[in-house]
Design a protein around this ligand. Structure first.
Ligand code: BJW
Ligand code: ZN
Length: 292
């Protein structure tokens, strides 16, 4: 990409935030658009002429669990065929170097897969890309023992996990080609229907997820709001919290959003080119930077 039209003082702020582990990337569906994952809003988001807003609700699942489950099966299948793009990969490199943290609204697992690819590239840790939902244990949350700070906070859950509508047990649900067209499965423990472990409209986010995200946002010197319409509450509070604490917000989105007028700067460019260009190259091999 040609040099970004970014004022020099903002460029310096981004560099310094990365050097001190005080950059936060807040992401939405647009970061995965160039990987082939449809966004929610706009004509691309339609599925069988139904709007995601009408399917991503507990009422829709109660009314028509087969249709809602079929939509999620279709999305699992589609996302499994997609690959992380240059924006996910650039964020993963800097996350592993300790320069930034990621809070995502996405349920597609592409940030996690990008981390797997970069670990493999740098010969570290597990050294392989884990297929979405492959692990059977619940992954530790970013602040729990065994977790690493490079793992994203997933505010709206995961496509590759289920939660029982009866006993509430949550577990991994790896993609299986055989699942196409099958009805929602029953819980092996209590027999109730399993649902996707995602956050639907009107449902509360996991309190520790939103608390941790707002804490990171308040500590961030720079927050990048990438590929989100910034419409959905309470996730939309993440960049606003950075602003309220005197930090800088840079929006990366080809289309204006309600955040545009409040952000310090807007890059009206697609994420897969803008994010790597903004973050710049990283040292190789990756150092562990000291977090404050
Ligand atoms: C590119 C690009 C490229 C394209 N590069 N960019 C009225 C006012 C205020 C709030 C409310 C209200 N009425 C109701 C509410 C609350 C409601 C809400 O916010 N509604 C709004 C729509 C108004 N919120 C909730 O209900 C939340 N819960 C809640 O509030 O609970 C209260 C409570 C407390 C205690 C007890 C009980 C309840 C829950 C919200 C859950 C959202 N869930 C979903 C579905 C997740 C599962 C699934 O995936 O199926 O999350 S909805 C959907 O929206 C999904 C997304 O994560 C989320 C955000 O969407 P996102 O990521 O921004 O995508 P898009 O499509 O909107 O935007 C993509 C952007 O990318 C666009 O701007 C493009 O331009 C851009 N783009 N290509 C960069 N290449
Ligand atoms: Zn159960």
């Amino acid at each position: 990409m040609a040099a970004l039209q970014l004022p020099e003082d903002l460029r310096v702020r981004v560099r310094e935030a990365l050097a001190h582990g005080r950059l936060l990337a807040f992401t939405g569906a647009g970061i995965s658009a160039e990987s082939g994952v449809p966004t929610f809003r706009g004509p691309e988001g339609l599925w069988k002429n139904r709007r995601p807003e009408d399917l991503a609700t507990p009422e829709a699942f109660r009314r028509d669990p087969e249709a809602v489950w079929e939509w999620y099966s279709w999305r699992r299948e589609r996302v499994t065929r997609c690959r992380p793009n240059e924006a996910h990969l650039a964020l993963a490199r800097w996350a592993l170097a300790g320069g930034l943290r990621v809070v995502t609204q996405n349920v597609d697992g592409l940030h996690d897969r990008a981390l797997g690819l970069i670990r493999e590239e740098s010969g570290g840790l597990d050294g392989r890309e884990e297929a979405p939902g492959e692990s059977t244990a619940r992954p530790p949350l970013p602040w729990e023992p065994g977790a690493s700070l490079e793992d994203p906070v997933r505010l709206h859950g995961s496509l590759f996990r289920t939660r029982c509508t009866g006993c509430n047990v949550e577990e991994a649900y790896p993609y299986d080609e055989e699942e196409a067209g099958s009805p929602p499965p029953a819980c092996p423990r209590c027999g109730a229907l399993l649902r996707p472990a995602v956050v639907w409209f009107g449902e509360a986010l996991r309190p520790s997820d939103i608390e941790r995200s707002l804490e990171w946002a308040s500590e961030a010197a720079v927050t990048l709001s990438i590929g989100t319409s910034a419409l959905v509450f309470p996730a939309s509070q993440v960049p606003l919290t950075t602003l309220a604490h005197g930090g800088t917000v840079i929006e990366i989105n080809p289309t204006e959003t309600p955040l545009s007028g409040r952000a310090d700067f807007r890059l009206g460019a697609p994420a897969a080119t803008a994010v790597p260009a903004l973050l710049g190259s990283h040292p190789n091999p990756l150092p562990r930077l000291d977090r404050p």
